[in-house]
Design a protein around this ligand. Structure first.
Ligand SMILES: Nc1ncnc2c1ncn2[C@@H]1O[C@H](COP(=O)(O)OP(=O)(O)OP(=O)(O)O)[C@@H](O)[C@H]1O
Ligand SMILES: [Mg+2]
Length: 429
């Protein structure tokens, strides 16, 4: 008799879950021949020991920008190594670092050039960590350029999600010019910026744009056929044989094109989530219904994420409306939302905004599609006023999950909603 565990499923579909993680670099980049050729051309000077070109990569989320970059830099590194082995006395130094600027930025804000510089120093020093406070900006840049100068050869710096760098000019301007300006003597620096924000490029100052965008590479969205090929290759290695059919792969691809602008990430996530769903249900192979269930789960999570990405005031307002909703009191007037919001803000240790200040956030939440508003007109007696409820896209549970994720201490805060409404003059006492 084998051992049994409550964590065991009767069927196993996923063979190697690591292949579905964000860190995994695919063994090959499929369906990207044109783009990859452009990218290879941009990197050739490094291989040849010539001054590197800067490059700017852009395209929607999930279209392979990061994957292609990691893949090509690994290839370049390996090829330069083997070339060096064959050319004793004529070695070419090559180093690359990649920093994801999104990880350095707060949920609703941007990272500073200073933070990016610290991340680069830590990356270059390989673990020897410089703390993110306590240095003057000038000191940090000095550390960075000293570090870069010590390395020598060519250093390619990849700033992924570069649109998340606020006042990006300092680093984006200085890094490609570091040698000209005299910050470094021994090292040639090439900069690769990656972004899925189309407005980013046009908002750059012309001098920064001209250098960073020396080479521009656009990653178009994938077609359904391309996505199918990409996830089929992943499935072959990540899933057990005979656990999925072509129909399921096509469905994942089609949904990713229809609802997620041709994102390979979404197609991949659908497949993985559908595989887990089938495992939990105890059946093989994966069925279309597992994919639809996966879609529901991912959509639910996306909405939770986008609430959690809002600033604290907006989250508190949404929670106030959700609490009122759970109590059957929506659509509800601004006054009442403000009273509930104020109570929640105090519980979170926050200074509540005035009703006027809160109103700005409220209308923004309406615009963003989290809330739905109604205009009411009660003529001379009641005047005009707005009422709000959660939009059809958002449930009370999603708001609760988002708040739990943001770790605001609000789960157990009780609201006496009758009292709130009475105090706001919206309920007869
Ligand atoms: N052509 C491809 N061949 C194989 N796998 C791919 C390909 N394109 C994308 N992928 C996979 O799809 C997922 C998303 O790709 P990637 O992270 O590169 O997207 P991205 O363009 O960087 O998106 P974002 O702008 O959100 O960062 C990854 O798991 C990646 O391995
Ligand atoms: Mg990316």
């Amino acid at each position: 008799m084998g051992s049994s565990s409550i964590f065991e499923d009767d069927v196993e579909i996923i063979r190697n879950a690591d292949l579905f993680t964000e860190e995994h670099t695919p063994a090959e980049i499929l369906c990207r021949d044109d783009v990859m050729q452009d990218y290879v051309n941009a990197l050739k000077p490094v291989y040849k020991g010539r001054p590197p070109r800067n490059a700017f990569l852009y395209g929607d989320t999930g279209v392979g920008k990061t994957a292609a970059t990691k893949y090509l830099l690994q290839e370049l590194d390996a090829d330069i190594d083997s070339r060096n082995d064959d050319s004793p006395g004529d070695e070419r130094g090559f180093t690359y670092v990649r920093v994801n600027c999104q990880n350095l930025a707060p949920a609703d804000g941007t990272a500073s050039s200073y933070q990016v510089a610290i991340a680069l120093v830590n990356e270059l020093r390989d673990g020897e960590t410089v703390s993110s406070t306590g240095y003057a900006a000038r000191e940090v840049y000095e550390m960075l350029y000293d570090e870069l100068d010590d390395i020598g050869g060519t250093v390619l710096i990849v700033l992924d999600e570069v649109d998340r760098v606020g006042e990006s000019d300092t680093l984006l301007y200085d890094l490609p010019r570091a040698r000209d300006i005299g910050y470094v003597e021994n090292t040639r620096i090439g900069l690769i910026g990656i972004s899925n924000d189309y407005t980013f490029r046009s908002n750059l100052s012309p001098k920064v744009r001209d250098t960073l965008c020396e080479t521009e590479i656009k990653f178009p969205a994938y077609t359904a056929a391309e996505l199918e090929e990409i996830i089929e290759a992943r499935a072959e290695r990540a899933l057990h044989p005979d656990t999925y059919g072509k129909e399921v792969l096509s469905l994942c691809a089609a949904l990713a094109v229809r609802n997620s602008s041709g994102s390979a990430r979404r197609a991949m996530d659908l497949l993985k989530q559908a595989a887990e769903h089938a495992e939990n249900e105890g059946h093989v192979p994966i069925e279309p219904d597992d994919v639809y269930a996966a879609k529901e789960e991912l959509d639910y999570g996306d909405m939770v994420e986008s609430v959690a990405d809002q600033d604290q005031h907006k989250q508190l307002i949404l929670l106030a409306v959700a609490r009122l909703d759970a109590d059957g009191r929506t659509p509800v007037r601004t006054k009442a939302i403000h009273a509930a919001y104020r109570r929640l803000a105090q519980a979170a240790g926050d200074d509540p905004l005035s009703q006027r200040g809160m109103y700005n956030h409220l209308t923004r939440l309406d615009m963003l599609g989290f809330l739905h508003s109604y205009q009411n007109n009660e003529g001379l007696r009641g005047g005009q006023y707005n009422t709000y409820e959660l939009s059809e896209a958002l449930t009370v549970a999603q708001v609760r999950d988002a708040i739990a994720e943001s770790e605001l201490p609000l789960e157990d805060v009780s609201l006496d909603i009758d009292r709130i409404l009475r105090d706001a003059g919206l309920l007869e006492s």
